[in-house]
Ligand binder design. Sequence first.
Ligand code: B4P
Length: 188
Amino acid sequence: MRIVFLGPPGAGKGTQAQRLKDYLGIAHLSTGEILRDAQDTPLGQAAGRYMLAGQLVPDDIVVGIVVERLSEKDCERGCLFDGFPRTVPQAEALDRMLAERGMPLKLVLAIDVPESDLIARLSERGRPDDDPSTIAERFRQYTALTQPLIDYYRGRGILRQIDGAAAPNEVFERIRNAVDSTVSSNSH
Ligand code: B4P
C-alpha cells in the first residue's frame, strides 16, 4: 500500500502518519524529518536555510532524498509519504518512481484544518520554523505550490479529504475508516 499525506503546515501529517504506520506496519517516509535529521551535513545545512525561511526546499534535493529512501528494504511492503510530494514536479517525480517499481499510489489523504487552529498548534509547538513570520510564509508556499495537488489527485479518483479539526484519536479514526474502505475496495 502506498499512501500520501497532504495538508497545510501543522495539519497533523506527522502525528497521524506515526499512528497509521503502526496500524498498517509499513514504512514511514517524512521528508521534513529526514531534512531535520540531516542538519549536520552539507545537504541538511543547505535545506535548513530554506526551512528556517518558511520556504520549500528545492525539488531536486527533496526528490533525491526520496529516491534514496524508497530503495531501502522496508519500503518494499508499502510506504506512507508524509509531507511529500509538496509541488506538482515532486508529484510527477513520485509517479515516475512508483511506475518504475510497479507500485501505484493507492490513496491520498488530504487533512483539512482551519488556518486559525493551525496557527495556534504551531505557535504552541515552537519549532525553529514555527515563529509567526515563518508560519505566514509557510502558508503562502502551501497555497501557491502544494494546494494544486488536491486537484491533481482528485482527478485520479484517489483523494480522500479528512476533517482534521478534532482530537488526534478522533482524526485517526477518520483516517482508519478511509484506509480500511480503500483496502476492501482494492481487494474486490
Ligand atoms: P514537515 O516536517 O512536513 O512539517 P509540518 O508541515 O510543519 O507539520 P505536520 O503537518 O507534519 O504537523 P504535525 O503532525 O507535526 O515540514 C517542515 C518543513 O520541511 C517545510 O516547511 C519545508 O521547508 C520542508 N519540507 C518538508 N518536506 C518538503 C518537501 N516535500 N518539499 C519541500 N520542502 C519540504 O503537527 C503540528 C503540531 O500540531 C504538533 O505540535 C502536534 O502535536 C499538534 N497536533 C497534531 N494533530 C493535532 C490535533 N488533532 N489537535 C491538536 N493538535 C494537534
